[in-house]
Design a protein around this ligand. Structure first.
Ligand code: ATP
Length: 249
């Protein structure tokens, strides 16, 4: 399959010729210059590329957090780039999870309240049995009453992962979810993320700078200058490292 051959409905995430620019003084800087991608349902994909190549912009556009200037973005059967801002917010709440690098937990709320927060903001309740199940799945059973300041970095990121999964989204995006963790904790957290998402049959898209993290994915997409320039199935640490070295030259 080429990167742009998949049809809507048979992919979990599809970008067709997505362009995105930001104002920069009198000019505009092009973060995405015509990005194509098609990701299979249930797949775990890593996005890599040199600094400034457009990884975060791609993730934010695909997750509906930023609007593209032009191009089409599809999640499942829904063309989200055509949705009104209100409809997009509703769609995001129901179908999309997002894990931020710096956890984004609310300091004065305990783990349980942080877990439920996105759903509560959307006017829904988190089923407590499901909430407990998620926390146990990410290895945090019994820590429901802790505040973020009473958690290690790895534990805080596990809460952030559980929170992204709480509404049972079909797709979970993660922007350097292990970037703030030491390598041992990072591997551990990623394994929990992967196995939990696998059990829930979710599609995961993760930006990372680390070839070791990328090599745990089913597939790695490489960005350069706002374009998806390469992809690698069954990645290895050395293979990913070599490809990154070639892109940085
Ligand atoms: N809000 C913004 N305003 C202006 N320019 C932006 C904005 N966000 C991104 N850019 C620019 O768009 C380009 C792509 O940025 P982006 O953050 O998507 O790249 P990246 O590959 O994620 O980089 P990094 O690995 O350093 O995080 C860069 O030139 C960046 O400076």
């Amino acid at each position: 399959m080429t990167m742009n051959s998949a049809q809507p409905g048979r992919t979990a995430v599809q970008l067709l010729d997505v362009r995105k620019s930001y104002p920069s003084g009198q000019n505009r800087v092009w973060a995405l210059r015509g990005a194509f991608l098609a990701l299979a349902p249930g797949s775990f994909t890593a996005i890599m590329g040199p600094s400034g190549s457009g990884k975060s912009t791609l993730l934010q556009c695909a997750a509906g957090l930023e609007s593209p200037d032009t191009g089409r973005i599809t999640i499942g059967d829904h063309v989200i780039s055509d949705l009104s801002p209100d409809a997009l917010t509703r769609f995001r709440r129901e179908h999309i999870g997002f894990v931020f690098q710096d956890y984004n937990l609310v300091g004065h709320l305990d783990v349980n309240a942080n877990l439920a927060l996105p759903m509560v903001l959307g006017g829904e309740q988190l089923d407590p049995v499901w909430g407990d199940h998620l926390l146990v799945s990410v290895g945090l059973g019994g820590l429901q009453s802790r505040r973020p300041s009473q958690l290690s970095g790895g534990q805080a990121q596990r809460v952030a992962i559980a929170r992204a999964l709480a509404s049972r989204p079909t797709v979970v995006f993660a922007d350097e979810p292990t970037g703030a963790l030491d390598s041992h904790t990072a591997r551990d957290v990623l394994e929990v993320f992967r196995s939990t998402a696998e059990r829930l049959r979710q599609t995961v898209v993760m930006v990372t700078h680390d070839p070791r993290m990328a090599s745990t994915a089913d597939r790695v997409l490489f960005l350069a200058d706002g374009l998806v320039v390469d992809d690698m199935d069954a990645p290895t640490v050395d293979g990913v490292g070599d490809r990154m070295l070639a892109l940085s030259r």
